[in-house]
Structures are given as structure tokens and as C-alpha cells.
Write a protein that binds this ligand. Sequence first.
Ligand code: HEC
Length: 166
Amino acid sequence: MKTAARLVLSLLACAAATAVLAADPAAAERGRYLVSIAGCNDCHTEGYAQSDGKVPEPQWLTGSAVGFSGPWGVSYPGNLRLVAAMLDEAGWLERVRQGGLPPMPWSSLRAMSESDLLAIYRYLRDLGAAGEPAPQAVAPGQPIATPHFVFVPQPPQPLKTGALAR
Ligand code: HEC
């Protein structure tokens, strides 16, 4: 009896594993495609934008400790792999719809369909947890302990006519 119960359990476990395997690769592949075309790596993968995307995939989306400073204080692109690893699907949907600070394109995420958002989640889960959590956001006017890009419009700097005349 015990053996039979164990057999049933392991058959069920196999069936569940097969179902997950059968359902996942296509979603994860679509998630990979979506993050590639939506520019998520530009901010959430350190050095990605600066190297025209030449960062190995195992390092993708591990977040960045280089902040974005503006009137909102300083925000840091989170480590999406750690975020996804800590959340189930419902928690992920709640997080991405909640929004937050600039320059994260929150409105783009809100415009995504639920199946696209879940495909990105599936891809992040397949990549797996890696790296360190990004630093906490810094409130306006507080000291900034990390490198950061300054996202503040600068006044125009016209050419000096004297420089041209020479
Ligand atoms: C222009 C830079 C930029 C781009 C592009 C970008 N993000 Fe972000 N993202 C950020 C920043 C900065 C934060 C932190 C915002 C905050 O503190 O509220 C963030 C936060 C997040 C968070 C919350 C992380 C947490 O710790 O809870 C998620 C999820 C996220 N981004 C997903 C994405 C996805 C998916 C894409 C691609 C569609 C993307 N981001 C593109 C800059 C960016």
C-alpha cells in the first residue's frame, strides 16, 4: 500500500514536471525576445547600453549599482532576477503594475499584456537568481554613495562666435 502510494506520488510529480517543461520553453523564449526588444537590459544590466549589448547573457538583468539621479532622488535599476526569484506570478504582476520612480518606463510595463509580463517572468525565473540586490533608492537631497547618471536637463551651450572667427 505504502509502495503503491509512493508510486502514484512519483507519477504525479513526473506529470507535473512534464507539464511545466512542456509549457515553459516557448514562454521563456518569448520573454527573452521581449526584454531584448524593449530595452530592459539598457538599464538593468550594467554596461549593456555602453557596450552596444555585448554583455554575456548569464549576466543579464542582474541590476545596477549605478543610479539615476534627478528631482526624485536617486533610483537604481533593480536586480530583476532576484526580484522574480522572490515572487510568484501574482506577486510579479502586482509589482510591475505598482510602478515607482523614473526613469524606469513604468507606463511601458503597464501597457504590456498579462501574458507578455508573465513571459518575462518565466524568462527571469529560467535565468535564475544571481548577483546582488541593487542599492536602495536615495531620497532627494540625501548623500549619494554610488556612481550615478545625472538626469537633469542642462541649459543650451551655444558655440562661441569668437571661437569660430579664428
Ligand atoms: C531607462 C532605464 C530603465 C529601463 C529601460 C528599464 N528599467 Fe526597470 N527600472 C529602472 C529603475 C531606475 C528602476 C528603479 C525604480 C524605482 O526605484 O522605483 C527600475 C525598476 C524596475 C522593476 C522593479 C524592481 C524592484 O526591485 O522591485 C521592475 C520589475 C523593472 N524595472 C522591470 C523592467 C523591465 C521588464 C524593463 C523592460 C521592459 C525595464 N524595467 C526597463 C530603470 C529602467
